[in-house]
Design a protein around this ligand. Structure first.
Ligand SMILES: C[S@@+](CC[C@H](N)C(=O)[O-])C[C@H]1O[C@@H](n2cnc3c(N)ncnc32)[C@H](O)[C@@H]1O
Length: 240
């Protein structure tokens, strides 16, 4: 069955646009500034799957000149509404053809790969990113850990979807963002660490760092599983 991108939807885009960094999302972004300062070799960035621009504005806030791109026109409309002076581009086919080789120092994809259904499509985008970054460029992939779909979190619930427990790498899974007004489930594709590493190798990319942030007890959130199970994985990649 054809994978339907949950973000190509006006109502969902409007709800997503109102969300900043609640709870579990705070944890996803918390360690990125440190990761950028340890690995980025320059300040020109592309944010692939920018959605309503939250991650693009995050890059800008941390010193990057950033362009945000997304396949969902609804999300790009909202990004432009929130940040009229920002650079947001709708790429209907998801291809980075408008960007020349060696353009960017950093590529960020925050949650984007959760919504790219097949190995072939993941490899296609990673190879395109590899082409668009400079020789010393880095790709930072923030993805959902498989565990996110089988536990409860400050900002997500999955208990309504026991079928997630039977899902293998590559299968569709459902999750509800409780921090959003729109409580319809999002359909993601679960991808194991082992599968990601094979996908990276097939894209001629090398993993140079992996961060799995855990919540801390002194943070102002009511963590549920976040202090013991990492909901997110951040991969830092370079050309091999
Ligand atoms: C969960 S949203 C994340 C948005 C943003 N990065 C953030 O952190 O708020 C994932 C986004 O990835 C986009 N997306 C999925 N596949 C994509 C592709 N092949 N190329 C570009 N964007 C894609 C979706 O349309 C969606 O807007």
């Amino acid at each position: 069955m054809e994978f339907q991108n949950s973000y190509e939807d006006d109502v969902y885009a409007a709800a997503y646009a109102r969300m900043e960094f609640p709870g579990t999302y705070y944890l996803a972004y918390r360690d990125l500034p440190d990761i950028f300062s340890r690995h980025a070799n320059g300040h020109c960035a592309i944010d692939v799957g920018c959605g309503t621009g939250r991650s693009t504005r995050f890059l800008q806030k941390h010193g990057f000149t950033a362009v945000g791109v997304d396949i969902a026109e609804e999300m790009i409309h909202k990004a432009r509404e929130i940040d009229p002076s920002g650079d947001y581009r709708h790429l209907a086919d998801g291809k980075l053809a408008p960007f020349a080789d060696n353009t960017f120092d950093l590529a960020l994809a925050a949650f984007t790969f959760d919504n790219i259904p097949t190995d072939a499509k993941k490899i296609e985008l990673l190879r395109d990113l590899r082409r668009a970054i400079a020789d010393r460029g880095r790709i930072v992939l923030l993805v959902s850990s498989p565990e996110i779909y089988r536990n409860e979190w400050a900002s997500f619930t999955t208990k309504g979807f026991p079928e997630n427990f039977r899902a293998e790498s590559g299968d569709s899974v459902k999750i509800i963002v409780t921090a959003l007004e729109d409580k319809r489930p999002v359909v993601d594709v679960v991808w194991s660490d082992e599968a990601y590493r094979k996908t990276f190798a097939r894209s001629s990319l090398e993993v140079i760092d992996v961060v799995r942030p855990l919540g801390r007890k002194d943070e102002p959130f009511e963590w549920i599983c976040e202090t013991t199970i990492p909901p997110w994985t951040v991969y830092v990649l370079k050309m091999s």
